[in-house]
Design a protein around this ligand. Structure first.
Ligand SMILES: *Cc1c(COP(=O)(O)O)cnc(C)c1O
Length: 408
């Protein structure tokens, strides 16, 4: 029998699942056996089943058994050990350039202050009017503190910042270009190497927010010459609610890296308890206070899985999932007045797809009642976050059929 060619046919989705080399990984996640449709893996990834056992063992053996000795034996180094794990599995970053801790918001503040300090005398920060709120708010505070000017790039909310957009505003006054690599609303995948080169040609540094790309889109921060980057670990890295963020700083900047939250844990010798702050060598100076050890446990399980699978395979599955969602939206939802608010070209699209309709807010509320969990983002955007290792093609079809039925 010939394989089905109509994407709306349930057998078509089943065929994609059967042919998917990463398909069996879905069973490694908690809840895979339930009929719930999860389209929000880019806001809070599902936990791996092994994480339950890791948490229990941690309480009984490491925390309960080692007690205060745990700091000397392992925990003190964990922000950099886990940072190296993120760097190797996801960022294309050599060891010693990534630290884990704080929230993305706090690390963004520290990294932006450090980035501005790398370019004394320059007065402008370039950013995107449609970027995630925390990025815009933090940049506004840094500008206020330091007397800088924010230079906004205006973009189409269904697309994002192009190389030409960036080249049009970056200039000799630019200290820092702060942008998201994958746009939280549209999933626009910025051309990070080219935009980084535009910034460098003008003598500026770049700070990339990788919250929606890490664990979904392959990154090569060292090769691209990126200066600084930050990102979340509770989205595609499945670190759990409130899991700490990470910061990357290229080794060439470490010597002069001046961040403002100079806590004892970023000191060269924390237990000397000396009168003045002396920065630790390397990326450790980006650490401020006591590292959130419990918050890094789940993340380590996901990093192990991502390292084994490899980001190119993850990206291939991600493109297949988002392309299938676009095909179903074209067939079922476009006739009902739904517009694609994400790039159609998979080369310019990250791991999610946004579909817009004036009544999408009501649709999303009804979907949640039916155990289909996407996200809603104004204006009228249904956001499908398709976490590559924990989402099946049949799940995509089931969820979009529910959207079709509600709109009809
Ligand atoms: C999710 C996200 C954040 C989150 O910041 P928190 O401090 O973890 O709440 C920041 N920036 C972007 C672009 C995001 O998508």
């Amino acid at each position: 029998m010939a394989p089905p060619t109509d994407p709306t046919d349930p057998a078509y989705a089943a065929g994609l699942d059967a042919a998917d080399p990463l398909g069996p990984h879905r069973d490694l996640f908690v809840g895979a056996e339930t009929p719930l449709v999860y389209f929000d893996g880019n806001s809070l990834g599902r936990p791996l089943r092994v994480t339950g056992e890791r948490l229990r063992t941690f309480v009984e053996e490491e925390w309960g058994g080692r007690l205060i000795r745990g700091w000397d034996e392992a925990w003190m180094d964990l922000p950099l050990v886990v940072g190296d794990g993120i760097g190797a599995a996801c960022l294309g970053a050599a060891a010693g350039q990534v630290a884990v801790g704080d929230s993305t918001t706090v690390l963004l503040y520290k990294a932006l202050r450090a980035a501005v300090a790398l370019r004394p005398g320059r007065t402008e920060v370039v950013l995107n009017r449609d970027d995630f709120p925390t990025d815009r708010y933090v940049a506004a505070s840094v500008a206020r503190e330091l007397g800088l000017t924010l230079r906004w790039i205006e973009v189409d909310p269904a697309a994002g910042v192009s190389v030409d957009d960036a080249a049009g505003v970056v200039g000799e006054r630019t200290a820092v270009v702060l942008l998201s690599h994958v746009a939280y609303r549209s999933a626009w995948l910025a051309d990070a190497p080219a935009i980084t080169a535009v910034a460098h040609d003008a003598g500026a540094v770049v700070l990339w927010d990788l919250s929606h790309s890490v664990g979904s889109v392959p990154l090569a921060l060292d090769d691209w010459g990126v200066d600084l980057a930050v990102g979340c670990t509770y989205k595609y890295l499945d670190g759990g609610p409130g899991a700490p963020a990470f910061v990357y700083a290229a080794a060439r900047h470490h010597e002069g890296l001046d961040q403002p939250v100079t806590g004892w844990m970023g000191h060269a010798d924390p237990f000397a308890m000396g009168p003045d702050w002396v920065p630790a060598p390397g990326i450790r100076r980006m650490v401020s206070g006591t590292p959130p050890i419990v918050g890094m446990l789940a993340l380590q399980d996901m990093l192990r899985l991502l390292a084994a699978v490899g980001m190119p395979a993850v990206r291939q599955k991600s493109v297949a999932l988002t392309s299938y969602a676009v095909d179903l939206a074209d067939a079922w939802l476009a006739p009902l007045g739904v517009a694609l608010a994400s790039p159609r070209d998979p080369e310019r699209r990250g791991g999610h797809v946004t579909l817009s309709h004036p009544r999408m807010r009501e649709v999303v509320a009804a979907l949640w009642q039916a155990d289909v969990l996407p996200d809603y983002r104004d204006p009228g955007g249904l956001r499908l976050g398709l976490s590559p290792l924990s989402t099946s093609f049949t799940e995509v079809r089931t969820g979009l059929a529910a959207v079709r039925d509600l709109l009809a």
